[in-house]
Design a protein around this ligand. Structure first.
Ligand code: SAH
Ligand code: SF4
Ligand code: F3S
Length: 458
């Protein structure tokens, strides 16, 4: 009789950075002999990779955790781990709150999971939250998709936006070397991945911490240089990147995106507020005029580019007129997608201590008004796809309709069409768009001969 393997389950909250970290931690666990369990209630090891960007994200973790802590009383060999940004923020305090925990580990320690677990299995309760130099990962991530993969480019954040916990929990900027990044992408190309998304909190700040300057005094390794360095990796057909900070978004970067065919024409550049006074108090380092100029420049080089962003309403002291400046920016620019949030005071951030906090009623009223406008503008932006042939990289079956597959256009619009996932997964298919909605499209695959002819004529 063989003894059955121990099993693990990971639940991930938060941003793409956390998703990428979870895939690496899953890789470490599988390397250690753990088997994936789809049902957390059957798993011998549970890892919560957590987010603390807003209070509701943090509270969600505690409710999940409470349930598993209870289960541990019936199953004492259950290993309970909190990783990610709540772990970093709370540290030891988490152990006091949930004594059933075995391991609390900040995001910078993701690649050290094996060492840390060893200490747990030796009988210790472990907290790993000290600032460290992030090691290159030597194990293979267990990636959720076989088509599209995350590639970390820069960790951490050197900004100090007055509302934001990220610098506290993710530490200072640490860029990976161009060689390490390219090597990872080459491996992905060999494994059959078609698309990569380069990740960083402020990806366009890449390279500032790497040594060397050019004769003109520029940093030797900028994000633009990195794109030129990795864009031709064999097998990889599409390159995306997120998130960009308006402070570092240069015309040189825009030109590179226009010039390099594999770079998708989609830009995620959060603006947070359309009002200069609010932007100043957020310490964002740009004005709405500068933001508008960046988008104009992108559209000069790439008229069809998709633009998405993040915005916050109800920042402390935000007046109705200042909020209306955000509405105006959204009206003028016409985002393809905008992630919106009501301001949430976060521990350890300056704005949380300011007196002029906005009431929950006003925040939720502003959020609703903004979301209403966002949906209208997104629907308008979708209209331009109607009747067009778009190239869709097929990722999955449509979970709501087994006869359809789904994937994304170059501009990142989710698109559905009839087809067999076993045949089409990982392929780029020409799809004629027949139906448009605010945030997704439906179409029909175009026979190859016809699409080639159209492309030639077009
Ligand atoms: N580095 C990126 C964003 C990272 S956080 C940038 O600077 O643009 C993701 C988004 O969460 C932010 O863009 C912001 O819109 C939102 N956010 C961050 N802190 C918040 C807070 N305290 N309350 C509400 N939203 C917040
Ligand atoms: Fe947060 Fe600002 Fe850094 Fe973005 S740039 S992660 S909003 S501190
Ligand atoms: Fe959340 Fe941490 Fe990302 S706080 S948004 S998971 S960096």
């Amino acid at each position: 009789m063989t003894t059955s393997k121990r099993s693990y389950h990971i639940t991930t909250f938060g941003c793409q950075m956390n998703k990428a970290d979870s895939e690496r931690m899953a890789g470490v666990l599988e390397d250690m002999g753990f088997e994936f369990a789809a049902d957390p209630n059957q798993a011998d090891l549970i890892l919560y990779n957590t987010c603390t960007i807003r209070d509701n994200a943090e509270q969600k973790v505690y409710s999940y955790l409470g349930r598993q802590a209870k289960r541990k009383h019936e199953k004492p060999d259950l290993t309970l781990i909190v990783a990610g940004c709540v772990a970093q923020q709370e540290g030891e305090a988490l152990l006091r709150r949930v004594p059933e925990l075995d391991l609390v580990m900040g995001p910078q320690h993701a690649n050290r999971l094996k060492d840390l677990l060893q200490q747990v299995f030796d009988g210790n309760q472990v907290v790993a939250t000290e600032a460290v130099h992030i090691m290159e990962d030597i194990t293979k991530p267990r990636r959720d998709s076989s088509v599209s993969a995350w590639v970390n480019v820069i960790y951490g954040c050197n900004e100090r936006c007055t509302y934001c916990v990220v610098p506290n929990v993710r530490g200072v900027e640490q860029s990976r070397t161009p060689e390490a990044i390219r090597a990872e992408i080459e491996e992905l190309g060999r494994q059959g991945y078609k698309e990569i998304t380069l990740l960083g909190q402020n990806i366009d700040a890449y390279g500032r911490d790497l040594p060397g300057t050019t004769p003109e005094g520029r940093h030797l390794h900028t994000f633009t240089d990195l794109l030129y360095f990795v864009h031709d990796v064999p097998g990889i057909e599409r390159i995306r990147f997120a998130t960009s900070h308006p402070r570092y978004f240069t015309e040189r970067l825009i030109r590179a995106c226009a010039e390099l065919p594999k770079i998708c024409k989609h830009f995620h550049i959060p603006f947070q507020s359309g009002d200069n006074e609010v932007l100043k108090r957020m310490a964002r380092g740009y004005t709405h005029e500068k933001y508008r100029r960046i988008i104009e420049t992108i559209r000069t080089y790439m008229p069809d580019a998709a633009i998405s962003a993040d915005a916050i309403v109800g920042f402390p002291g935000e007046t109705e007129a200042q909020f209306e400046n955000t509405l105006k920016l959204v009206e003028d620019i016409g985002f393809d997608i905008l992630n919106t949030a009501a301001y949430s005071p976060r521990p350890g951030t300056p704005a949380a201590l300011w007196e002029e906090q906005i009431s929950e009623e006003v925040k939720s009223d502003r959020l609703q008004r903004l979301n209403h406008l966002v949906a209208i503008k997104a629907a308008e932006r979708s209209q331009r796809y109607l009747g067009r042939i778009e190239q869709v990289l097929v990722e999955e079956q449509n979970p709501k309709d087994g006869s359809q597959v789904m994937g994304r256009t170059d501009g990142n619009r989710l698109t559905f069409f009839q087809g067999d996932i076993n045949e089409l997964k990982g392929q780029i298919v020409n799809v004629k768009i027949t139906e448009v909605r605010a945030f997704s499209l439906t179409g029909e695959p175009v026979p190859v001969a016809q699409s080639v002819a159209r492309l030639k004529i077009g």
